[in-house]
Design a protein around this ligand. Structure first.
Ligand SMILES: *[C@@H]1O[C@H](CO)[C@@H](O)[C@H](O)[C@H]1NC(C)=O
Ligand SMILES: *[C@@H]1O[C@H](CO)[C@@H](O)[C@H](O)[C@H]1NC(C)=O
Ligand SMILES: *[C@@H]1O[C@H](CO)[C@@H](O)[C@H](O)[C@H]1NC(C)=O
Ligand SMILES: *[C@@H]1O[C@H](CO)[C@@H](O)[C@H](O)[C@H]1NC(C)=O
Ligand SMILES: *[C@@H]1O[C@H](CO)[C@@H](O)[C@H](O)[C@H]1NC(C)=O
Ligand SMILES: *[C@@H]1O[C@H](CO)[C@@H](O)[C@H](O)[C@H]1NC(C)=O
Ligand SMILES: *[C@@H]1O[C@H](CO)[C@@H](O)[C@H](O)[C@H]1NC(C)=O
Ligand SMILES: *[C@@H]1O[C@H](CO)[C@@H](O)[C@H](O)[C@H]1NC(C)=O
Length: 785
C-alpha cells in the first residue's frame, strides 16, 4: 500500500496535465474533424470495399502476391448450406504461404482472410497459416457453422497436428495471428463429439477480438470453446463462450485476457498449467458448475516436471449461479501450489468461492451475494525483510488510481477500434497518396504529407507493405491509423546512427498535446544498423474525460529477425558482436506528459531469424525496451523482450496498470555484459548494473508512484546461450529493482532463472528459494509497506 501523500500528489499531477486545451490541429485538407462514422447501416464493412492494394514488399513476387483475400472470391457462398471448407482453405493457403508443415515461420506471406456477412458451413478445420488475420464483417459478424459430420480437431486451428504427431509450428514461436468478429457454432455437431471452436496454441503477437463460440448445452456435452495445450502468449479480449463441457481449456506460459464471458458451461475455464501466470481482467461467468479448476500439480505430461499453475490473477469478476468459483485439483497448503489472487469479485449464488475438488472449502461463498475485495493464496511479502508468509486469506488489495478505473470501479478497458461505421470517403490510403510500401523507396515525405493533410479528419489506412523512412515521421495527435495485416514502418539510414543523440523513427504527437489518437495493426521496426533510433516516441495525452483516448492495439515493435531489416542470420549470427547489429537505442518511450492505453503491444528484439527455415538464433542488440516517464494514466497489457539494458524502466512514472508483463533477458548476455554494446545515457534515466552483474533488468523502477503490476513473468533462461544455469536457478543474480522512493504493488508474480526475484536499491530481497512452484518460482504479493 502506498501512502496517502503520494496518492494526493499523483492526483494533483493529473489535474495539471489535464489542463492543456484540447488541440485540434487538423490536417490542411480537412474541413471538419472525424467524429462519427457516416456509413449507411446496409453498407458492407469498409475493409471489404476499400481498394485492395496492399503488398508484401519482400515476397519473391510482390506484384502478384495477394494480401487481402475475400473468401467469396475463392468460391465460398456463406449460404449456410453449401460446404465452404475448401474455398476458405484456398483463400487461406493460396500464394505459397507459410504453413502446412514445411514452413515454421516467415513474414513475407501476410494475409487477411476476410468473411462478408453470412453463415459458412465447414466440415473440416480451417488451418491458419503464419501471419494471418481472419476478420469477419465488423458490423454483422459472420458465422462459421460446423457441419454435423465435421471431422478434425477444431473449426479454426492455429497449429495443426500432422499424422506423425508433429505440428505445423513450434508453439512458442507461433506469432502473428488474429481472429476477429466471428461466431463459431458447434451446435449441429453431436453433443458427445469432442468438438473444439478454436485450437489456439499460440505465442506473442496474437489476439482474439470479438469472437463468440456457441456449443451444446445438453447433459454430457463434450464441446470446448477454445483449447490451448501450450504456447507463449498472448492476448484475447471481448470473447464469449456459450455452453460446452469446458468454456475454455488453457495451458500456456502466460496470457492476458480482458472481458471474457462464459455462460452455461460445465467448467467455465480449465487451467492445466502455466509459468508466469494469467491475468484475467473483467470476467463474467453465468450458470456454470465450476469456474476455474487449477490443475495442481498438473496433467500427466507435465507432472514429471512438477509443473502446475504458477499464478492466476483475477480482477473485476462477476460470477452467477455457479457451484464453485475456483477449485484446485489438490489441497494447497503451502506456496508450492502456485498463487491465486482475487480482486473485486462479486459472487451471486456461488456456494463455494475457493475449494478443493471433492474436498475442503477454502473460502466460502453463499447462495446470496458475496463480495471478495482482495484475497490471496500463496506467499505474501512486505517491505524489505524478504520473509514469506504463506497466506490463504484476505490481503490488502492494490490501491488503484482513480483515472485507471471505469465508472463502476473496474480497471478500464477499451476494445481494439475497428471503425465499423466509417464510410469509404472517411478513409485515406497512404498508397493512393503516393507512398509505395515497397521496402526500398524512401516514403518519409509521402507519408508525412498524408498526415499533414488528413490528420484528424480521415482514418489513415496503411495498405499492407513496408514503408521505409529515413527521418522522423510525425503522427500528429488527433490521428487515427489502421494497418492491414500488420503494415510495417521501418526506419533506417544516417539520421539514426548516433547513439549519443537518439532520434525518434515515429513520433506520436508533438509536445504532449491532449487529443485522441489510435493506432491499430502496425509493426514498427528498423533497418540496421540504427543505434540511435527510438523506434516509437509517444507524446500524446488522452483528452479530458476520454479514457483510453490515446492508445495502440495489436501493434508491435519488432527489431531484427525479419526480411528487409539487414539484421538477420547472415549479418548477426548468434555469438557475433557486430556493430552493424546495433538495431535501436530504445523500443518505446512514453514521455512525461503522455498517457497511453497499450493493448497487445509486444516489443520484441528478435532472438531468432523468422525467415530462416531452421529458425536459428541471432545477436541483434537493442539498447532499451520501454521507458515510461508518463504521469499516467497508462494501461500496459503487453510484453517486452531481449533489450540489453532493461525491458521496462519506469522513471518518475505514476498511475500505471500493468497486467501481464512478460520479459526475457537477452540470450547472449553476459557476452557482452550489459550495457554493452551500448553506453549509459543518463538523459534517458539509464539504470546501473551492480545487482545484475552485467545482465539486463526486466523492470527497473525509479521515483515512481501508484504502479500496479498485476501478473508478471520475468525470465532469464540463458548465459551465453547455455541453459545450464537453469539447474541452479542462477542465470542472473537480480532482475527486478525498485528504488526506495517508489511505490509499486506486485501481485501474481513469477520468475525463471534469477537468484532474487525482487530487489530494493539493488539489494536482493525476495530469494527465489522460498518460492519454487515448478519450472518457475512464484509469489502472490509484495507491497512496500
Ligand atoms: C446427466 O447424465 C448423467 C449420466 O447419464 C445422469 O446421471 C444425470 O442424472 C444427468 N443429469 C441431468 C440433469 O439430466
Ligand atoms: C505441448 O502440448 C502437447 C499436448 O499436451 C504435448 O504433447 C507437448 O509436449 C507440449 N509441448 C511443449 C513444448 O510443452
Ligand atoms: C465485452 O465484450 C462484449 C462482447 O464482445 C462486448 O459486447 C462488450 O462491449 C465488451 N465490454 C467492454 C467493457 O469492453
Ligand atoms: C444453465 O445451464 C444449463 C446447462 O448448460 C442449461 O440447460 C440451463 O438452461 C441454464 N439455465 C439458465 C437459467 O440459463
Ligand atoms: C498439506 O496437505 C497434504 C495433503 O492433504 C498433507 O499430506 C500435508 O501434510 C499438508 N502439509 C501441511 C504443511 O499442512
Ligand atoms: C440459502 O441458504 C440458506 C442457508 O443455508 C437456506 O436456508 C436457504 O434455503 C437457501 N436459499 C436458497 C434459495 O437456496
Ligand atoms: C560463449 O559460448 C561460446 C560457444 O559455446 C564459446 O565459444 C565462448 O567461449 C563463450 N564465451 C564466454 C565468454 O564464455
Ligand atoms: C548447481 O549446484 C550444485 C550444488 O551446489 C553444483 O554441484 C552444480 O555444479 C551446480 N550446477 C551448475 C550448472 O551451476
Amino acid at each position: 500500500m502506498f501512502s496517502r501523500l503520494s496518492l494526493l500528489v499523483s492526483s494533483i499531477h493529473i489535474l495539471l496535465l489535464a489542463a492543456p486545451p484540447f488541440t485540434s490541429a487538423l490536417g490542411t485538407s480537412c474541413t471538419a474533424p472525424l467524429t462519427t462514422g457516416t456509413a449507411a447501416p446496409q453498407d458492407p464493412y469498409w475493409l471489404e470495399t476499400i481498394k485492395h492494394q496492399g503488398i508484401s514488399a519482400f515476397n519473391p513476387d510482390p506484384s502478384t502476391y495477394q494480401v487481402f483475400r475475400n473468401v467469396k472470391d475463392f468460391g465460398a457462398t456463406g449460404d449456410g448450406v453449401t460446404d465452404d471448407t475448401d474455398a476458405i482453405n484456398a483463400a487461406m493457403s493460396t500464394g505459397d504461404r507459410c504453413g502446412g508443415g514445411t514452413c515454421g515461420s516467415s513474414t513475407i506471406t501476410p494475409a487477411i482472410v476476410y468473411f462478408p456477412p453470412g453463415t459458412y458451413l465447414v466440415s473440416a478445420p480451417i488451418n491458419t497459416y503464419y501471419y494471418t488475420q481472419m476478420i469477419g464483417d465488423a458490423k454483422r459478424p459472420p458465422r462459421l457453422l460446423a457441419d454435423s459430420s465435421f471431422e478434425g480437431k477444431a473449426v479454426i486451428d492455429a497449429d495443426p497436428y500432422m499424422a506423425d504427431g508433429s505440428q505445423w509450428f513450434i508453439n512458442q514461436n507461433n506469432f502473428y495471428r488474429s481472429v476477429r468478429n466471428l461466431i463459431i457454432d458447434l451446435r449441429q455437431m453431436p453433443t458427445t463429439a469432442p468438438a473444439i471452436g478454436l485450437h489456439w496454441q499460440v505465442s506473442q503477437a496474437t489476439s482474439l477480438i470479438n469472437v463468440v463460440v456457441e456449443m451444446s448445452k445438453e447433459n454430457g456435452t463434450q464441446h470446448q470453446g477454445l483449447y490451448m495445450e501450450n504456447g507463449s502468449g498472448g492476448f484475447m479480449g471481448d470473447i464469449v463462450f456459450n455452453g460446452g463441457m469446458n468454456g475454455i481449456y488453457v495451458g500456456n506460459q502466460q496470457f492476458t485476457v480482458r472481458n471474457i464471458t462464459v455462460n452455461d458451461a460445465v467448467v467455465a475455464i480449465a487451467v492445466p498449467w502455466n509459468w508466469a501466470g494469467w491475468t484475467w481482467q473483467g470476467v463474467s461467468i453465468n450458470n456454470c458448475t465450476v469456474r476455474i479448476p487449477l490443475a495442481l500439480p498438473g496433467p500427466a505430461h507435465l507432472q514429471s516436471k512438477g509443473q502446475g499453475v504458477g499464478s492466476e490473477a483475477i480482477i473485476d469478476a462477476v460470477v452467477m449461479d455457479t457451484e464453485v468459483f475456483v477449485s484446485t485439483t489438490t489441497p494447497v497448503n503451502s506456496s508450492l501450489g502456485g498463487s491465486l489472487i482475487l480482486n473485486n469479485i462479486v459472487l451471486h449464488n456461488v456456494p463455494v468461492a475457493v475449494g478443493v475438488q471433492d474436498g475442503e472449502v477454502v473460502l466460502k461463498g453463499t447462495n446470496d451475494t458475496t463480495c471478495i475485495q482482495s484475497w490471496a493464496q500463496g506467499n505474501v511479502y512486505h517491505g524489505t525483510d524478504g520473509q514469506p508468509v504463506f497466506t490463504q486469506g484476505s490481503i490488502p488489495g492494490p490501491v488503484k488510481a482513480g483515472n485507471l478505473l471505469d465508472s463502476e470501479g473496474r480497471i478500464f478497458g477499451k476494445s481494439h477500434p475497428q471503425y465499423a461505421d466509417y464510410a469509404l470517403d472517411q478513409i485515406v490510403s497512404v498508397r493512393s497518396m503516393g507512398a509505395t510500401g515497397d521496402g526500398v523507396t524512401d516514403d518519409t515525405t509521402a507519408l508525412q504529407k498524408v498526415f499533414d493533410e488528413y490528420a484528424g479528419c480521415k482514418l489513415i489506412f496503411f495498405d499492407a507493405g513496408t514503408y521505409y523512412i529515413t527521418d522522423t515521421l510525425i503522427i500528429p495527435a488527433g490521428s487515427q491509423v489502421a494497418g492491414e495485416a500488420w503494415s510495417v514502418i521501418m526506419g533506417g539510414g544516417s539520421k539514426f546512427q548516433d547513439e549519443s543523440k537518439p532520434r525518434a523513427v515515429v513520433q506520436v504527437g508533438e509536445a504532449c498535446p491532449s487529443n485522441f489518437l489510435g493506432i491499430t495493426d502496425i509493426v514498427f521496426t528498423t533497418r540496421g544498423p540504427a543505434p540511435g533510433a527510438i523506434v516509437v516516441e509517444w507524446n500524446v495525452h488522452e483528452p479530458v474525460g476520454v479514457q483510453g483516448g490515446a492508445g495502440m492495439w495489436d501493434s508491435y515493435i519488432r527489431i531484427g529477425g525479419a526480411a528487409g531489416t539487414d539484421l538477420q542470420l547472415a549479418e548477426c549470427p548468434a555469438g557475433s558482436q557486430s556493430p552493424n547489429c546495433m538495431a535501436a537505442f530504445m523500443s518505446l518511450h512514453l514521455t512525461q506528459g503522455s498517457s497511453a492505453y497499450l493493448e497487445g503491444t509486444w516489443a520484441w528484439t528478435a532472438d531468432h531469424d523468422m525467415e530462416d527455415p531452421q529458425l536459428r538464433q541471432i545477436n541483434v542488440f537493442t539498447g532499451r525496451g520501454l521507458l515510461s516517464e508518463s504521469l499516467g494514466p497508462v494501461w500496459l497489457i503487453g510484453t517486452a523482450e531481449h533489450a540489453a539494458l532493461y525491458q521496462y524502466n519506469l522513471n518518475g512514472a505514476e498511475s500505471h496498470w500493468i497486467g501481464l508483463a512478460q520479459t526475457e533477458t537477452p540470450y547472449y548476455q553476459p557476452v557482452p555484459q550489459a550495457p554493452a554494446p551500448y553506453s549509459i545515457n543518463k538523459k534517458y534515466a539509464d539504470p546501473t548494473f551492480e545487482g545484475t552483474v552485467g545482465r539486463a533488468w526486466a523492470l527497473y523502477v525509479q521515483r515512481s508512484w501508484s504502479i500496479t503490476l498485476f501478473g508478471g513473468g520475468f525470465y532469464s533462461f540463458f548465459q551465453n546461450y547455455s541453459t545450464a544455469c537453469l539447474t541452479n536457478v542462477s542465470c542472473q543474480a537480480q532482475i527486478f529493482n525498485v528504488d526506495d522512493a517508489s511505490t509499486i504493488q506486485v501481485y501474481g508474480f513469477s520468475t525463471v532463472g534469477t537468484d532474487y526475484q525482487l530487489s530494493i536499491d539493488q539489494k536482493g530481497i525476495i530469494d527465489e528459494a522460498s518460492n519454487p512452484t515448478g519450472f518457475q518460482q512464484s509469489f502472490a504479493a509484495w507491497t512496500r509497506w
